[in-house]
Each structure stands twice: as structure tokens, then as C-alpha cells.
Design a protein around this ligand. Structure first.
Ligand SMILES: O=C(O)CCC(=O)C(=O)O
Length: 323
């Protein structure tokens, strides 16, 4: 099994000797390198040093307490075993593998999570990876993936293209180059749960992939994404991927996405986001209470764009209601 990494180069070039190539454009910045990596491989791992404002001890305390509330029926927004896709019930008695709605107004730790979700550096990466203006970013989802209470794995999937899609249907969706959202995992503890097939975000499944067992443990070319605490992986949510979880290893990984309302976005993201139920509470939040200054103002503008998306989309349904 191959393991990560497709990281972005961030070290500055400190060679000051003029060279014949001095009139060439400067080497690409870390944002553009991240974009190139995402486009080529379908994912990119960003080192923790890029995000000095993430307060890992505070985030871990908040995550630990909220997970405790979730496992003990005191937090109803869950991902429960053995269900892979939303909607999930609120009953944790079969075990959980995720905690939903970190920014919900009734979360006692929402302010801590909001500071990481609206982190300007994280959003700058998201903006470049989507290819939109700052004022086109739309708040989407912020959830947490946690150690399941029993052995559990997700089947191979693309988040927004069903396994029943023909090769032509897959290709039609995947060759559309333009991005309308960015999705990431921020690991609060070392995490090696996400498994991807690099490059599969740009092509239809091969015959082998198509006929493989949905829980195949050794898919050709698969790669385990290994994250150290504080690292972020951005990935194309239509890369062929799965989650393989170890019930004995602590996992607290913040799982976020932001969208864009740039031209052409339409309802592209509506179902993906609203099927998680965020529309029922997003109208009640005022991020300025939790995040100060311009970051809070910007968060509010991103929230308002999500409210508008909900208003304009109407009933969106679910990706795979019964799985
Ligand atoms: O556990 C992970 O990191 C992957 C989660 C995933 O594939 C999903 O939520 O669709």
C-alpha cells in the first residue's frame, strides 16, 4: 500500500545570485503550488506551519468535550454506525464515527471551532483552490470525524457521483474543470483514515475499480493520506476515496468545506451542503459574537450567502438516503 504525500513546497528560494532566468516569472507561490497539486493528484497536504493561528490544545479540548456529549446522547448531531451517508439518526447507541454541526448555536464550543473555520489563511487557500473572489466565498459545512466505537469503514465512493453512474456520466461530471467548493480535513491528532486513488478525480473508473468489492482493501494505486497533528489535506470530493477507521486510535479531525457563489455555481453545491441539515439553524447564528473584527464581519457575509443559497434552492433531497 502506498502512503502520502503530495505536499506543497513552501520554502522560499533564498539564492540571491542573479541567474540567466532572472527575467522569468517568480517561482510559484505556495497557494499556486497547492492548486497545481490538487489539480494533478486530487489532493494536497499542507504543513501545520502554514497555519500558526490554529490553537491545537484549545481545539482538542473543545473536540474532546463535544465528542463526549455526542457519545452520551447530549449532542444530537451525529454520524452513526453503520450508516455512511446522511441523514443520520440522533441515537448514539450503535456507536458514532462523526459529530455534526460544529458551528451550531447550541454548541458550547462553537466560538473555538468558528475561529478555525474562518481562519483567514485557511480561507485564502480555499479561495485559490476554488478560483474565486474573497467576497464570493460561501459558508458550508463544519463537522468532525472521530474514532468509531467499533470497527468501521466507508465504501469506495465519490461524494457527489453515485456508484451507479456510467463511465460517460462520470466523465461528463469530472471533466468540468471549474471548482465551486473546497473541502478539507484538519487533523487534531495524527490521522491515517482517508484512502484515495490519486488522479481518479479526472477520469471515469477503470473496469477493475468498477467491479471491485466496494470495501476493497487494496485498490490499484490507492494511497493512505497520512496527516500529522495540525496538518490540513484539501481534496477533491469526487476523487475515488474511502475511510478506514481504527476504533482503538484517537481520531479528531475537523472536516470542513466552503463554497463559492461565483457565476455558474447555481445549485451545484446546494444538495451536498443542505442535505446535512445546516439550513435549519444557520439563520440563528451571529458569528460576530464569537469571532471579532473583520474576520467576524466576513464570517457573517459568508453565512448570509449560505442563507441565500438555502432560500433559492428549495427542497434538495439526499445523495444516498438509505446507505
Ligand atoms: O474519514 C474521512 O476522512 C473520509 C470521510 C468521507 O469520505 C466522507 O465523509 O464521505
Amino acid at each position: 500500500m502506498t502512503t502520502s504525500t503530495a505536499t506543497t513546497q513552501t520554502a522560499p528560494n533564498d539564492d540571491t545570485t542573479p541567474s540567466p532566468s532572472a527575467n522569468l516569472p517568480p517561482p510559484s507561490d505556495p497557494y499556486t503550488s497547492a492548486l497545481a497539486s490538487l489539480q494533478q493528484n486530487g489532493f494536497v497536504i499542507l504543513p501545520a506551519t502554514l497555519f500558526p493561528t490554529f490553537d491545537l490544545p484549545t481545539l482538542r479540548d473543545a473536540a474532546t468535550h463535544l465528542t463526549h456529549l455526542a457519545r452520551t446522547s447530549q449532542w444530537p448531531y451525529l454520524r452513526t454506525l453503520p450508516k455512511q451517508f446522511p441523514p443520520w439518526p440522533s441515537d448514539p447507541s450503535n456507536g458514532i464515527w462523526g459529530v455534526q454541526h460544529l458551528l451550531h448555536p447550541s454548541n458550547p464550543h462553537a466560538a473555538t471551532f468558528a475561529k478555525s473555520y474562518f481562519d483567514p489563511e485557511l480561507l485564502k487557500y480555499a479561495q485559490v483552490l476554488i478560483g474565486c473572489e474573497e467576497e464570493e466565498l460561501v459558508m458550508e459545512l463544519y463537522n468532525m470525524l472521530v474514532r468509531p466505537d467499533a470497527a468501521f469503514a466507508l465504501r469506495w465512493h465519490r461524494d457527489d457521483i453515485p456508484a451507479s453512474a456510467s463511465a460517460e456520466e462520470e466523465l461528463e461530471r469530472l471533466v468540468k474543470k471549474e471548482a465551486f467548493h473546497a473541502q478539507w480535513n484538519l487533523a487534531l491528532y495524527e490521522d491515517e483514515s482517508l484512502v484515495v486513488v490519486p488522479g481518479s478525480h479526472r477520469r471515469a473508473r477503470t473496469e477493475e475499480e468498477r467491479s471491485a468489492d466496494p470495501f476493497e482493501d487494496d485498490m490499484p494505486g490507492q494511497l493512505v493520506v497520512r496527516l500529522k497533528a495540525g496538518e490540513v489535506v484539501f481534496y477533491d470530493n469526487n476523487i475515488l476515496h474511502r475511510g478506514v477507521y481504527d476504533p482503538d486510535k484517537e481520531r479528531m479531525t475537523l472536516h470542513g468545506s466552503v463554497g463559492s457563489c461565483k457565476k455558474g455555481a447555481g445549485k451545484e453545491r446546494a444538495r451536498n451542503v443542505l442535505q446535512h441539515g445546516v439550513g435549519s439553524w444557520v439563520g440563528e447564528v451571529d458569528f460576530r459574537k464569537w469571532v471579532g473584527g473583520e474576520i467576524g464581519e466576513r464570517a457573517e457575509r459568508m453565512r448570509e450567502r449560505l442563507v441565500r443559497l438555502g432560500r433559492e434552492s428549495g427542497e434538495v433531497g439526499f445523495f444516498s438516503k438509505d446507505e
